[in-house]
Each structure stands twice: as structure tokens, then as C-alpha cells.
Design a protein around this ligand. Structure first.
Ligand SMILES: [Zn+2]
Length: 367
């Protein structure tokens, strides 16, 4: 049975269950009084920066009806048009707690739309993490063992290392290999404007412009911790034609993120010719017909944490523009991190301030 959208259905425990809870000292580096993450799952021992008080407005949809699919891979379904055309892949739950993408795919499934040309594949990625979602600890279900979206290099995928996420990435690899276009749907820790992540290739930026929403497009090369799915193989190869986009649809728990995710997905499927406007319009939300003047942020660096302690000097939330070169942003093991140029944009400052991970990305408006 489908649960109605917005109905809370998943309570399946996994290794983040209450029996695995233990008290972990919350090494808060700012605003210690406001820290709500006093109890963390054993597997989620991370440097804790306080949770903003976002209400969990979204509920994870029941995706059990999509488990069997038709591809031989759980939670992956391909729809064939019978007409020539590209293989288009839309993925959700690359991070298990980013439920807006699952809501968007659920809406698309329920509408029973068929591709006009080529093939459309809909995939729920990190199912194990998603099934551990608990609205009392909504951030804990990002992943089980490691970040699914830092594994996408042949070296890692072909290697001997094992994890829940590596097993899932290996299972999905053939689908990702065969896709001509990819939209990977995500959401963010802080409530800032949605961002389309177009990578570094001109053809990805051109596709982001054809999609037309959201207003902000960010061009970046990813993370030192490992390649994202959107940068994998031909998606990141200047000589190839495969094209990928990643949407950060808004804050993880806000209702608006599901609307943005749905509208971006529909506009993406129209841009690549999978759906007609008439097909997509009945599912469209507030941004479906929007045509904002899009702006591009060129990322110049992803700041990777090198020490055991990293702290921001202000409560940055993302998209702040710091007017003066040399403005202090944070300290990495005491080493000062300062803006490298005037009008520096801070992008997606992280609360997961862990050595080897990205603390924040720095960029500037290109136009
Ligand atoms: Zn994500």
C-alpha cells in the first residue's frame, strides 16, 4: 500500500537504532548552549555544530512499492518509450536523510507518466540509510557506513574495500554507466536558496540553463574526500557527451524542498525531451512556470578540513557574500582561513566538521 504523501511510515531500525545509542561528548565549537545533538548514534560520532531549529515538515514516503522494480536492482525502475532517445536517470536518496527527492520520485511514479522518447530510469540510492530515518534524529540517516556520494571513481568501485554504501554503489554502477543524462536530487543542512550544481563542464551549465530553475547555478569540482556520482565517468569527462546535474533543493525538512525537487525534476525531464510540457504541467508546483534570471557562482576552492578541530568564526549558513579579501572565516587546527578575494561567496558551510571533509566552498558570482 502506498502511504499518502506526507504520512510517516518508516521506522525500521538499523545500526542507528536506539540500542546503539550512546552518549557522545558534544564537542561544540560554537553556540554550545544551543546544541541539540547530545545523543548521537554510535556510527555518527562527528564534530557537532548545533542544529538550527528547523521543523521536520516533510515525511518520508513509503517506497516499498518500488522495491522490486524491473531492472533486477532493488528500488530501480526503467520505463521504456519504445522510441529512440537518451537514457535519462533521476536519482533520490543519495543521502538517506534527504527525503525531498524520494517525494518527487514518488509523485512521478504515482502520475504514471511514460517517457516520450528513450528510456527513463528512477532510482532510490541509499536505501539502507533511508530506512533508518527517524524524525527525532533526522540528520543521523545521511549514510550507514560512509558517504555514498564520495565513492564514484573506478579505483574505489573496483577496489576490495566493503561497506553498505559501496555495495549499493556497485549495484547501481551499470545503470549510471548507461545513462546519458543524470539528475541527482539532494537537500541541504541550512535553509538557503536552492542551488543547481553543474560541475565544471560547459555542457552541464548549458543544461542547467535549459532547465531554467533554480535561480542559482554553482559550478564546482567536488570534494577532496572522493568523487560524486554526478562527476563519475563520462559525466565528468570533457570529451564525453554524458551530462549530469545535482540539485540542492532547499533545507532537508522544509516543505518547499519537495516542491523545488519536483519542479526541477519535471523541468529537467522536459529539457532532455523525456516529458512534454503537457505531461509535466499537472504535477508542477510553484516554480514550474518560473523563468528567473539565473546567476552562476564559480567555485574556486573547496576548503578541506586538515586538522582535528575546525571552527567557523560566525554562524554562517551559506550564500553570504563577504565583501573584503582577507576576512576571517574560520580556523582549522588554529590555522586561519580567510577569504582569498573580495565579494567571496560562502557555499554550504557544513556542520560535519570532520578531518578530510569539506568545511565550506568559496566562490564568486560570475555574472
Ligand atoms: Zn546530499
Amino acid at each position: 500500500m502506498h502511504a499518502a504523501p506526507g504520512e510517516f511510515t518508516h521506522r525500521s531500525p538499523n545500526r542507528a537504532s536506539s540500542s546503539a545509542l550512546r552518549r557522545v561528548p558534544c564537542r561544540v565549537t560554537r553556540r554550545p548552549i544551543a546544541c541539540k545533538m547530545e545523543f548521537l548514534p554510535f556510527a555518527t560520532r562527528e564534530r557537532c555544530v548545533p542544529e538550527p531549529n528547523y521543523a521536520v515538515e516533510l515525511s518520508p514516503p513509503d517506497i516499498e512499492p518500488y522495491r522490486t522494480g524491473n531492472t533486477g536492482i532493488d528500488y530501480v525502475t526503467s520505463l521504456e518509450s519504445g522510441q529512440p532517445g537518451p537514457h535519462v536517470l533521476v536519482t533520490a536518496l543519495t543521502h538517506g536523510n534527504e527525503i525531498c527527492g524520494a517525494i518527487a520520485l514518488d509523485r512521478l511514479f504515482r502520475a504514471e507518466l511514460q517517457p516520450r522518447r528513450g528510456k527513463l530510469t528512477l532510482a532510490f540510492d541509499n536505501i539502507a540509510a533511508y530506512h533508518s530515518f527517524d524524525r527525532r534524529m533526522p540528520t543521523a540517516s545521511r549514510f550507514v557506513d560512509e558517504d555514498f556520494n564520495r565513492l564514484w571513481s573506478p579505483t574505489t568501485l573496483d577496489g576490495v574495500r566493503q561497506s553498505v554504501e559501496l555495495a549499493r554503489a556497485r549495484a547501481l554502477r551499470a545503470i549510471v554507466d548507461s545513462a546519458n543524462f543524470l539528475l541527482d536530487i539532494h537537500s541541504m543542512q541550512y535553509a538557503t536558496a536552492p542551488l543547481m550544481l553543474a560541475g565544471t563542464l560547459d555542457r552541464s551549465l548549458a543544461l542547467a540553463r535549459r532547465v531554467g530553475i533554480p535561480e542559482l547555478i554553482m559550478c564546482d569540482a567536488g570534494h577532496a574526500a572522493g568523487p560524486r556520482m554526478r562527476d563519475y565517468g563520462g559525466f565528468g569527462d570533457p570529451a564525453a557527451t554524458k551530462t549530469a546535474l545535482l540539485i540542492e533543493a532547499g533545507q532537508h525538512w522544509e516543505r518547499r524542498a519537495a516542491e523545488v525537487a519536483t519542479d526541477v525534476m519535471l523541468r529537467f525531464l522536459m529539457a532532455v525531451g523525456t516529458l512534454s510540457r503537457d505531461d509535466a504541467a499537472p504535477l508542477g508546483g510553484p516554480d514550474f512556470a518560473a523563468h528567473p534570471a539565473q546567476r552562476v557562482i564559480q567555485v574556486t576552492e573547496a576548503v578541506t578540513i586538515t586538522g582535528d578541530t575546525f571552527e567557523f568564526v560566525q554562524d554562517f549558513r551559506g550564500l553570504e557574500v563577504l565583501p573584503h579579501k582577507g576576512t576571517l572565516i574560520g580556523r582549522d587546527n588554529g590555522r586561519e582561513l580567510r577569504t582569498p578575494y573580495d565579494d567571496c561567496v560562502l557555499i554550504m558551510p557544513s556542520r560535519r566538521l570532520v578531518k578530510g571533509q569539506t568545511a565550506v566552498r568559496l566562490g564568486r558570482y560570475a555574472e
